[in-house]
Each structure stands twice: as C-alpha cells, then as structure tokens.
Ligand binder design. Structure first.
Ligand code: SF4
Length: 419
C-alpha cells in the first residue's frame, strides 16, 4: 500500500493511522456497513444484541479482508481461493440435493440392488461422452457435476411444454450418448428406455437418475476404494455416548483387554505429526454441515449449551457444555468461509483467539462437545479452524498476514491496534 513499509506494520502509531485509513475506506466503499460498524466501535456492542453484533462482524469482515489483500498485494491468491470454494460448491449441492434428500431417502439398504451391475453401468456412463466434459476433474467432483447437470436437465424437461433450444440440444446429447453406452453395457440397455425423439427424453433422464440413486446407495453403504473418502457420501453418525471410541476384544488376551480398529492406527515414526489435516474439501464439508446458529443466538459451540435458567447443560457423560473457553465466533467464521472468504474468516477467529496457530484440531474440542448436534456427530470445528488458518498461511506473506491480524484487527473493537 502506498506510503506504508513493512516496518510500519510493527509501529503502533502507524498502525493507528492505518486503522483510520481503513475507516475512511469503509465509509467510501460501503456507507451502510460503515455506519453500523462505527456504532459498534463506539459502543463496543453495549447497545446491540448478540445477533446484531454477529451481523455487523460478518458484514464488516469482508471489508477487512479486502483491505488486507490490498495492503499485502495478494489479490491473485485471494481470488484463487475464492474460486476454489466456488468450484467445490457443486459437491455440496450434489450431497444435499441428491445424496441426502433423494438417494438415501429412497434406499435404507441395498439388499435389493444389483451392486456390481449398477457400478459397471455408472462406470460406462462416466466413460461415455456424457462423462467427457468432467474428465479433467477429480472423480468426486466429476460425479457431482454430472448428477447436478442431469438433475437440472430433468427439472427443465419436466417443466417444459415444448422442448427446444438449449434444452433440446442437451436432451439430444444425453439420448445419443446413451444409445452408444447401452450397446456396451447390459444394465444400461435394460434400464434406460431406448427413445428416438427428444420429446421422450424426460423418461431417459428420470431412468438415469434412478440408476444413480442406486449407485449412491451402493457406494454409501459399501464404499469402494474410489469413493471411500468422498465427503458427499459420508453422513454424520449417531452418537452413542457409551461407545464413543470403537473397541474390539483382543484374541488370546484375558477378558477386559481391548484394542482399537487397526485401520485407525497412526504409527509414530520420528517426531513428525501423525495425523493428516483435513484437505480443503473436508474443511468445506464441516463448514457446510454447520447451520450458522449465531443467526438465532443459538451458537452453543461458542456460548455454551444452556438450559432454561441459562446455565450450561451436561452431556450424558456429565461433561459441562460451556463451549469455547475463548468465546471464539465460530459460526460467523464458518459462514464467511462458506462464502469463499477465508481471510475474512481468519479475521473473525483472531478477534478472540489470536493464538489460533496453537489451538485448532490438536488441542481442544470443548466447542465440538457443545455443538448443537448432540445426538449425532458434531461439526469438526477445530479442523475447520485449522483449515482456515493454513489456507492463509499458504498465501504469499501468509505468516505476516496472520501475525498482522493478531496486532491490527478492526473487528476487535476493544483493541483494533496496539495502544
Ligand atoms: S458449530 Fe455447531 S453449534 Fe456452532 S454454529 Fe455450527 S452447528 Fe451451531
């Protein structure tokens, strides 16, 4: 940024001036948010409800991120990360609209399904011209894109009174590709109706989606090597507080000896960390699983899970559910990450938890224990937090940006710069 050098970012007076530059820039770019922010800054939230405080933080955070992007000249990287989130969105549309709301509702088991036939048919489909547009994507995103595209086509065909234009072109491409694919696969040949005209193509799209319902059920209940790690096919499991950790008896040992499942072992080799961090898609899966409870002042992960007397409840193991000991604004962080602004999300984390590099998924999970999901797996907040931080650390000047936020953060209205 013109007029600022790197050493200025460690000078309290220059940081104070920079804060004034931010306020002016916010006023010029978004007068409405600026007015709400100035009110929050002045009162420190004393005249606002908790929901209003969350709203002003969520609305101001992208402006803080944009200001820092200009300060450190990381426009390209920030744009890339935004696009990476947008690109992944199809996976979560597929999961929500097709896997959860359709396929797994239809199939509670796969006993009636010809698993091998269905797998071979879907494999043939993805190798046909229908799968070609997605060939450069990883297999999960390719399948998600294919199914979401087919759902849109199906919706369009069912709503149309006349099939013409792009809709007719898309329908014809499916009918033609299927004619070829069906000649090499017996399941496709018997399951998909042979039609000659696009006017009948709705039956083809519907039959394809029904086949894909079965495929999703097969891969969900008996994952193959290819789909084992797909977030789109994984659903949160029910919590059994008496068996939170899976135990197995040990052959040849006296009763009472237990072992964990060998596939979960993490072998210690040297001093390196033994657990892998979540990749970007898994982080986004947690973020999409969150239902952003701050919008209703119900974010128990942060504020604690309270009873009618506003006292923290206990879970079936007697653990007091007080939520994050730092009151980190977790739900607000999630909503910003889900919108593709990881830097705004990190700015929110650092309000209450500037030392997040020392917390995250290896330290504490009080937030998870108090998550609103008490009967099923909670949101894995520490992994999401670690994911947000590591995403920014990978930017050029990533460490400097994170360290800067610990000293200068307009969202931290109690102390936006060192005094
Ligand atoms: S992490 Fe859990 S409690 Fe917190 S906002 Fe998300 S769903 Fe709600």
């Amino acid at each position: 940024m013109p007029g600022y050098t790197y050493t200025d970012l460690y000078d309290p007076l220059r940081l104070r001036e920079l804060f004034e530059v931010f306020r002016t820039s916010l006023r010029e770019t978004d007068a409405v948010v600026s007015e709400r922010y100035e009110r929050y800054l002045k009162s420190r939230g004393a005249d606002l409800t908790l929901v209003e405080i969350s709203e002003v933080i969520v609305d101001t955070a992208p402006h803080v991120a944009a200001f820092i992007v200009e300060l450190f000249q990381v426009r390209d990287e920030h744009g890339r990360m935004r696009r990476a989130v947008e690109d992944e969105s199809v996976v979560f549309v597929f999961k929500r609209e097709f896997v959860v709301r359709r396929a797994l509702k239809r199939f509670r088991t796969t006993t009636e399904v010809d698993a091998e036939g269905v797998r071979a048919a879907v494999d043939a489909l993805m190798r046909s011209p229908l799968g070609a547009p997605y060939a450069s994507l990883d297999t999960e995103r390719a399948m998600a894109s294919f199914v979401v595209g087919l759902m849109n086509l199906d919706r369009g065909l069912r709503a149309a009174t006349v099939i013409d234009g792009t809709l007719a072109d898309d329908a014809r491409a499916v009918v033609d590709a299927l004619r070829d694919a069906s000649s090499t696969n017996a399941t496709l040949a018997t399951r998909i109706p042979a039609v000659e005209s696009v006017d009948e193509s709705a039956s083809v799209a519907n039959a394809l989606l029904e086949l894909l319902d079965e495929w999703v059920a097969v891969e969900h209940y008996s994952p193959s090597v290819q789909t084992r790690d797909w977030v789109s096919l994984k659903l949160p499991h029910t919590l059994d507080y008496a068996n939170l950790v899976e135990l197995r008896t040990v052959a040849g040992f006296p009763a009472g000896a237990f072992m964990g499942p060998p596939e979960t072992y993490r072998n210690r080799d040297g001093f390196a960390l033994t657990d892998a961090r979540y990749d970007h898609r898994h982080v986004l899966d947690e973020v999409h699983y969150c239902i952003f409870c701050h919008e209703r002042d119900k974010d128990s992960c942060s504020k604690g899970l309270l009873d009618k007397e506003a006292l923290p409840k206990r879970n079936p193991l007697g653990i007091v559910l007080e939520g994050c000991p730092l009151d980190e604004k977790i739900s607000e962080m999630h909503v910003l990450k889900a919108r593709g602004d990881g830097l705004a999300a990190l700015a929110v984390i650092t309000i209450d938890n500037p030392l997040c590099a020392g917390t995250g998924h290896r330290i504490c999970n009080d937030c998870m224990k108090a998550c609103i999901y008490q009967k099923q797996e909670p949101v894995n907040i520490p992994q999401a937090e670690t994911g947000v931080l590591t995403e920014i650390l990978a930017y050029p000047f990533g460490f400097e940006i994170y360290a800067f936020l610990t000293r200068w953060n307009p969202l931290n209205v109690g102390c936006p710069y060192p005094r």
